[in-house]
Design a protein around this ligand. Structure first.
Ligand SMILES: Cc1cc2nc3c(=O)[nH]c(=O)nc-3n(C[C@H](O)[C@H](O)[C@H](O)COP(=O)(O)OP(=O)(O)OC[C@H]3O[C@@H](n4cnc5c(N)ncnc54)[C@H](O)[C@@H]3O)c2cc1C
Length: 394
């Protein structure tokens, strides 16, 4: 039996390894880019956060997030790590539950997937080949690249989503599935930087801090980074899903109560009354951030501390810095596509299409996206594994 896998990213490589475990299968893995797993190399800032120890369903989104429960249970974090270990990958788990390769290099994750694929006699790797059309005929599927035709008995579509266009993000997967009558939900960027009004924060480019950030009804704590267009960092990524307008409320000192901060500032003004106001927040916040807050409160940095009367205002700005959100940095910068092919059109226990028997899909092309922290790759591994088992009706 010939199995064509479209897309040599995370889910496609997992599906190819799984399908090729059966020596009677002939597996063709077609990848449009010149090498496998380009996006994988960029994950986790080049470190690849390959999974998370806490993979509860609440970390997944889409019209029907429960769709991913079966695949995630069948090939959960423990099984995934045992599988990677069997491929020769050593990993470390951070206290947050995020798992990285021991080498701290995404290359290691790609290599342990790529090397056995290159070695197996029943796998053909076709890189630099984009599948431009896919049809079903009586005797199976016919896929076309620019120059050749590929015949297959089963097809697993692992073409990913639109996010990260420079790393391979494309809408081809949606188009190929649409030809079989599949529909998709609206697509929008997730795990992405936010553009904000920049008058106050432009000078803070590069400054990082631990913050508690509220956006709409969601509050998250983590590292925030100021940029010239707005804000970035893990805490922002987690809040960015579907971001349009509204205000970010940023607590720059989440471990300090307002009263404690006020007491600290009053003490500084009392003990060092001749000090310039620019040093009011020295030792408490990053210097540039402190001065920005003071300017935002309308203080002159030159005035002596004994002339600073409105300390509660300074406290309030440190505990609740408000920034107007203008939008996201878009699909090109996003780590993941929210939305995708409607999951109700697939069987969650096999990932086979309900509209076209013999056709499977896995990974980001489906309407499932995860939080920041290894959840998206875990979905790619779990769904790639399940689809590669070809448990469907044919
Ligand atoms: C910068 C960045 C950092 C990230 N960091 C993390 C992280 O640390 N942890 C985490 O869990 N997730 C992370 N993600 C998300 C994660 O990488 C993706 O969710 C995951 O790779 C999706 O796997 P996939 O197999 O569905 O798609 P992809 O990995 O995108 O693979 C799809 C492949 O299909 C190919 N393709 C598409 N159409 C065709 C076609 N018609 N013919 C042939 N080939 C085709 C593409 O070129 C691509 O190689 C990150 C994403 C980005 C962009």
């Amino acid at each position: 039996m010939t199995i064509l896998i479209i897309g040599g990213g995370a889910s496609g490589m997992m599906a190819a390894l799984t399908a090729s475990e059966n020596p009677e299968h002939r597996v063709i893995l077609a990848e449009r880019q010149s090498r496998l797993g380009r996006k994988l190399l960029a994950t986790g800032n080049g470190r690849c956060n390959l999974t998370n120890r806490n993979t509860e369903l609440s970390h997944y989104h889409g019209e029907k997030p429960s769709f991913c429960a079966y695949a995630l249970k069948e090939f959960d974090c423990d099984r995934t790590l045992a599988y990677f270990r069997s491929l020769g990958l050593l990993t470390v788990t951070e206290p947050s539950g995020r798992v990285y390769p021991y080498s701290d290099s995404a290359n290691s994750v790609l290599d342990v997937l790529r090397l056995p694929l290159e070695q197996r006699d029943n796998v053909s790797l076709l890189t630099g080949r984009e599948i431009l059309s896919l049809r079903k005929r009586k005797d199976g599927f016919l896929a076309k690249t620019g120059s050749e035709e590929l015949r297959a008995d089963r097809v697993i579509l692992c073409a990913g989503g639109l996010a990260g266009a420079k790393l391979g993000g494309t809408d081809m997967g949606y188009k190929l599935l649409a030809a079989f009558g599949h529909s998709r939900t609206p697509l929008y960027p997730s795990l992405v930087q936010l553009k904000t009004e920049t008058t106050l924060v432009r000078s803070l480019k590069g400054v990082r801090c631990e913050a508690l950030v509220k956006y709409g009804r969601t509050t998250r704590r983590g590292e925030l980074q100021f940029t010239d267009y707005g804000v970035s960092g893990p805490v922002i990524f987690e809040l960015s899903r579907g971001a349009v307008g509204g205000e970010l409320e940023i607590d720059l000192l989440p471990d300090l109560r307002e009263g404690e901060l006020l007491a600290l500032l009053e003490n500084r003004c009392r003990t060092l009354p001749q000090l310039k106001a620019e040093d009011l927040l020295t030792g408490i916040l990053h210097n540039r951030l402190g001065r920005t807050i003071l300017r935002g409160c309308g203080l002159s940095l030159e005035q002596p501390l004994h002339t600073v009367y409105d300390l509660p205002r300074v406290v309030s700005m440190c505990k609740s810095l408000s920034l107007t959100v203008l939008g996201t940095m878009g699909m090109d910068q996003a780590q993941v596509t929210a939305g995708g092919i409607r999951t109700e059109e697939f069987d969650p226990k096999t990932l086979e299409s309900r509209l076209c028997p013999g056709l499977y899909a896995a990974g980001e092309v489906l309407d499932i996206d995860g939080d920041c922290g290894g959840y998206n790759l875990q979905w790619a591994w779990s769904s790639g594994r399940l689809a590669g088992e070809l448990r469907g009706s044919l």
